[in-house]
Design a protein around this ligand. Structure first.
Ligand code: FES
Length: 251
């Protein structure tokens, strides 16, 4: 059983509409975090912890970066924490993205909204292994966009917005015909987006990361189960996931 860790807030800033980036210092978590894993964060006055994916790690500084959207009282309360304060987190939790591709291979990263952050640490890790990257990032509107520059530094990056206020108008899947060839894909975002991605890329190897409300975050409460696609019971998103093979679970 993981023990809860205190994480000191080094930096906190709103980098897009209602979107907060926080840099947190903790030796254990920074040295053990893998791409696609998440922190289960305690919020003052709330019983349930909030699962928030890891967006970046700096081993030398012993920091972990998280990004979250203010969507309710829990995340609003979390956003009110300032540098110098500490938050309590369980982590790193879950099974992250397998870092599979060989040097010289091309990989597609496709993220929607607050599903974009975990792909950044994955992308950095893949790039440092010599993998070529293409990214498609989808947001609601121009004011919601973040990390465009960061992903552009990793490789060719396409931005789409639902309302067409920046980049292409439409969905992440609308760009799939324009990316050129890739051997493997990794995707994170809302359910309908992942459904469309796996449908359109059927037969291609890929991994998806699911966002879900969670209870315990460590596999004991069954609040996060999802049916396995082979009809063989259920998978726990918090423990078996949040990353699954495309086609492993029923979306
Ligand atoms: Fe409790 Fe997944 S959140 S089992």
């Amino acid at each position: 059983m993981k023990k809860a860790e205190e994480m000191q807030i080094i930096k906190a800033s709103e980098i897009a509409r209602d979107t907060v980036e926080m840099v947190l210092r903790n030796r254990y978590i920074s040295q053990h975090a893998a791409p696609g894993q998440f922190l289960h964060i305690h919020v003052e006055g709330h019983t349930l912890r909030r699962p928030i994916s890891i967006a970046d790690v700096n081993h030398e500084e012993e920091t972990v970066t998280i990004l979250f959207k203010i969507v309710g009282s829990g995340t609003r309360q979390l956003a009110a924490n300032r540098p110098g304060m500490s938050i309590n987190a369980l982590g790193p939790n879950g099974n992250g993205f397998p870092v599979l591709a060989q040097p010289g291979k091309t990989v597609l990263l496709a993220g929607g909204g607050i599903g974009v952050p975990p792909l950044y640490y994955l992308g950095k890790t893949l790039k440092s292994n010599g993998v070529k990257l293409i990214s498609i990032l989808g947001f609601q509107s121009k004011v919601d966009i973040f990390y465009e520059k960061e992903f552009s530094q990793l490789g060719t990056t396409f931005i789409v917005t639902d309302d067409g206020s920046y980049g292409g108008k439409g969905f992440v899947t609308d760009v799939l015909d324009d990316t050129g060839l890739f051997e493997l894909y990794y995707s994170c975002g809302p359910g309908p987006m992942l459904q469309a991605m796996t449908e359109k890329l059927k037969g291609k190897p890929g991994y998806i990361s699911l966002e879900e409300r969670m209870g315990c975050g460590v596999g004991t409460c069954l609040a996060c189960v999802i049916p396995a696609s082979n009809g063989d019971g259920y998978k726990k998103i918090c423990k078996d996931g949040p990353v699954f093979h495309a086609g492993e679970v029923s979306l």
